[in-house]
Design a protein around this ligand. Structure first.
Ligand code: HEC
Ligand code: HEC
Length: 272
């Protein structure tokens, strides 16, 4: 099954890449930093209580500055829309997405703090990795491109670009871009939606889109998307460029999102 592979692959990569000691360190450092304390082995001579310092534990898996790795399973965080990242942190905390270590890290954190973390990573503009050169056949890539750009009206599959932006770089406030993500990550996320293991805030439009895709379609879109370069200076669009036509609008499901917390705490608003 195409989407049972990534979890096996993910476990192997986790074992290969992250030394148990480094992982334990990262997690302890994360726990300590959540409490506002510096770990004893901290390289910085003076502990600087900044959001950059407090999110260092995240880089053990998400790469420095949340850049991720081009071939890995860990998603990039840098430059994604803040409301998207915030929704995901809530999704892990509230059981709509499942990854034990992520849930443990965000469980004790308040909404306002999660928003601050989301805004921090969203504001980081760091270069994207080169696209992956996969082994997908030309036919599979063509099928993927067709679905992303045009959808399939016979099966009521909307084009992905209708929501994710014409250049697939995302649409503010909460729709993420689709480029610069590893093939295995894309495959696993779409597979998880299809299996009911990833959910978004209601109404969950992605669940409705993925329901209409076969596993072969999922592999096709993941293969094509992972092979595309991220446009230079890429950023999420402020709003969809053209209002969808009436025909398209009738098949385009509505998407939910959390209400952003009002910035009240002393740390809130300090990261932009
Ligand atoms: C032990 C490794 C690990 C650590 C440490 C970690 N993450 Fe994650 N994170 C993951 C994995 C794996 C996923 C994808 C899980 C899935 O399958 O949904 C993920 C997903 C995410 C997502 C969703 C991204 C997207 O594009 O949908 C966000 C946001 C996130 N992590 C933020 C953080 C933050 C903030 C920290 C630090 C407080 C952190 N992570 C620490 C492994 C980790
Ligand atoms: C109706 C609007 C809509 C359409 C059409 C749509 N998406 Fe999405 N997509 C979203 C929204 C909103 C999210 C964020 C969901 C969340 O908060 O978890 C999302 C999230 C995603 C993610 C998760 C990204 C990450 O970093 O984890 C992937 C992958 C994705 N979409 C792929 C697709 C593909 C492929 C298509 C076309 C077959 C598509 N989407 C069509 C609205 C849409």
């Amino acid at each position: 099954m195409p989407f049972s592979k990534p979890s096996a692959l993910f476990l192997r990569r986790l074992a290969q890449r992250i030394q148990p000691a480094a992982l334990a360190r990262a997690l302890v450092a994360g726990a300590l930093s959540v409490l506002g304390m510096a770990p004893a082995w901290s390289a910085a001579p003076v502990f600087e209580d900044s959001i950059a310092q407090r999110t260092l534990a995240c880089s053990a898996c998400h790469g420095p500055q949340g850049r991720a790795a081009p071939d890995g399973y860990y998603p990039r965080l840098a430059g994604k829309p803040a409301a998207y990242l915030y929704n995901q942190l809530l999704n892990f905390r509230e059981g709509r997405r499942h990854y034990g270590l992520m849930t443990q890290m965000v469980e004790p954190l308040t909404d306002a703090y999660l928003l601050e973390i989301a805004q921090y990573f969203s504001a980081l503009k760091v270069p994207y990795p080169a696209p992956q050169t996969g082994t997908a056949s030309a036919a599979l890539l063509a099928q993927g491109r067709q679905l992303v750009m045009q959808g399939d009206s016979a099966r009521q599959v909307p084009a992905c670009v209708q929501c994710h932006g014409e250049r697939m770089t995302g649409v503010l406030p909460q729709v993420p871009g689709l480029l610069g993500l590893p093939h295995d990550y894309l495959n696993a996320q779409l597979g998880a939606w299809k299996a009911g293991k990833r959910r978004a805030h209601a109404p969950d439009c992605m669940a409705q889109v993925v329901e209409r895709l076969s596993l072969d379609d999922i592999n096709a879109v993941a293969s094509w998307l992972a092979a595309q370069a991220v446009p230079a200076g890429s950023q999420a669009l402020a709003a969809p460029r053209a209002a969808p036509s009436t025909a398209a609008a009738s098949t385009l499901p509505a998407c939910g999102s959390a209400t952003l917390p009002v910035a009240t705490g002393p740390k809130a608003g300090a990261v932009r």
